[in-house]
Design a protein around this ligand. Structure first.
Ligand code: S3P
Length: 449
């Protein structure tokens, strides 16, 4: 995506629908897709990946691995191949690495590169260039990595990997799987034991997948949190990885079916790792008719099919402790809340301020533009239910999840909703509109109404 995004904005309109039907699949999990490419790049041998999310964020990671000397490419059957170079094998890229819109891509890659003596310039789009990178440069500097960052510890930045890295013990000051992962990845090419202490649990795909690649990693629950210990400078072994469907993408058709009358859908093959299922728990608590069918284990993760029917929801208080397990789902939960009876209060939302946009502000503005009363503070949001009148134009701020959430809102609001720019949906869910329209939604360009 270009930095001057206003020139070619692509608005979309979403109109009232009823009776969403179908058995659908959503694209592969984004967190697992980034990790499969990156761990494959530093394993010994060829890693194969099926079900990889083929969206801009992940494609940028594949390009970055290729530029670092570990070719990642797709074959004619849609399987991805990564030629791994070993834990110490990455080399300086000839050109800057462009991570586009992706915080996960750039922060995990910084960890991956931090303890190999290479130099890499990291760039991103206007949204990513506003986001804080100090949360990873500060712990990575303890390994001996140096950075030349833009003002406020932001992109563009140049990373110089440590020649003689020293192991680090780091207690996470924010509940962030990206920071945890960056530190652990830096530990892979560091002699001795790197330890991350995680007071609040966050998604654990890095720990699980690294174990699958043969890393010497242990996790122990202690009084002050989870202690994750990694013994560095052992080679990883290439794997065959099958990526299940992304629960954060499933969230959109799931809420669409709950709020659109007379709907009954099945979303197949969704990853149900307990560090990712906070939204499902919350919607069930709100009265959502969601059944998990066909639960099974696949590639070290629990997966299942989500059977979702239209439901009368009621407002609840969503506790702060639940935030890490549904951190990307608050925009679409807020849309569900606007159709519930009563008020929904969400707490512990401070991290929403530093996502692809300030999501707390963007959600609140979008709700108010569509006639939904709200109240908010620094880290909380209250949404008054009763139905969204609609009619508003939502500013998406280069944020895919804001765009998709308010297109879901339009399906059940009295007047259609408009989002100002749908292009960033391509960062995580390229066929979002086609998939929803295939179930009976009416999402289209304004002129085609
Ligand atoms: C991610 C972690 C989360 C999440 C992001 C993906 C990951 O960010 O918002 O979309 O794959 O590790 P934080 O860990 O910074 O909260």
């Amino acid at each position: 995506m270009t930095q001057s995004h206003s020139a070619a904005q692509t608005p979309l309109v979403s109109r009232k629908a009823s009776g969403l039907r179908g058995r659908i699949r959503v694209p592969g999990d984004k967190s697992m897709s980034h990790r499969a490419l990156m761990f494959g790049a530093i394993a010994i041998g060829e890693t194969t990946i099926t079900g990889l999310l083929e969206a801009e964020d992940v494609i940028n990671t594949a390009k970055a691995m290729t530029a670092l000397g570990a070719p990642a490419y797709r074959d004619d059957q849609g399987t991805w191949h990564v030629q791994g170079v070993g834990v110490a094998g990455l080399r300086s890229p000839a050109e800057p690495l462009d991570f586009g819109n992706s915080g996960t891509g750039v922060r995990l890659a910084m960890g991956l590169m931090a303890t190999t003596p290479l130099t890499a310039r990291c760039i991103g789009d206007a949204s990513l260039s506003k986001r804080p990178m100090g949360r990873v440069t500060v712990p990575l500097a303890q390994f001996g990595t140096t950075f030349e960052a833009s003002e406020g510890n932001r992109l563009p930045l140049t990373l110089h990997g440590a020649k003689n890295p020293v192991p680090v013990t780091y207690t996470l000051p924010v509940a962030s799987a990206q920071v945890k992962s960056a530190v652990l990845l830096a530990g892979l090419n560091t002699p001795g034991i790197t330890t991350v202490i995680e007071p609040t649990p966050t998604r654990d795909h890095t720990e699980r997948m690294l174990k699958g690649f043969g890393a010497r990693i242990t996790v122990e629950q202690k009084a002050d949190g989870r202690h994750i210990r990694l013994e560095g400078q052992h080679e990883l072994t290439a794997q065959a990885i099958d990526v299940p469907g992304d629960p954060s993408s499933a969230a959109f058709p799931m809420v669409a079916a709950l709020i659109t009358p007379d709907s009954d859908i099945v979303i197949e093959n969704i990853m149900l790792n307990p560090t990712r299922t906070g939204l499902i728990d919350t919607l069930i608590e709100m009265g959502g008719d969601i059944a998990i069918e066909n639960r099974r284990l696949a590639g070290g993760e629990e997966v299942g099919d989500l059977h979702v029917k239209s439901s009368r929801l009621h407002g609840i208080r969503v506790p702060a402790e639940r935030a890490p397990s549904m951190i990307d789902e608050y925009p679409v939960l807020s849309v569900a809340a606007s159709f519930a009876d009563g008020t929904t209060r969400m707490e512990g939302l401070e991290e929403l301020r530093v996502k692809e946009s300030d999501r707390l502000a963007a959600v609140e503005a979008g709700l108010q533009a569509n006639g939904v009363p709200t109240q908010s503070g620094r880290d909380w949001l209250e949404v008054q239910g009763g139905g969204a009148p609609g009619g508003g134009r939502v500013v998406t701020h280069m944020d895919h999840r804001i765009a998709m959430s308010f297109l879901v809102m339009g399906l059940a609001s009295r007047i259609y909703t408009t989002v100002d720019d749908s292009r960033f949906i391509a960062t995580s869910f390229p066929d979002f509109t086609g998939l929803l329209n295939g179930m009976g939604a009416r999402i289209a360009a304004p002129e085609a109404r």
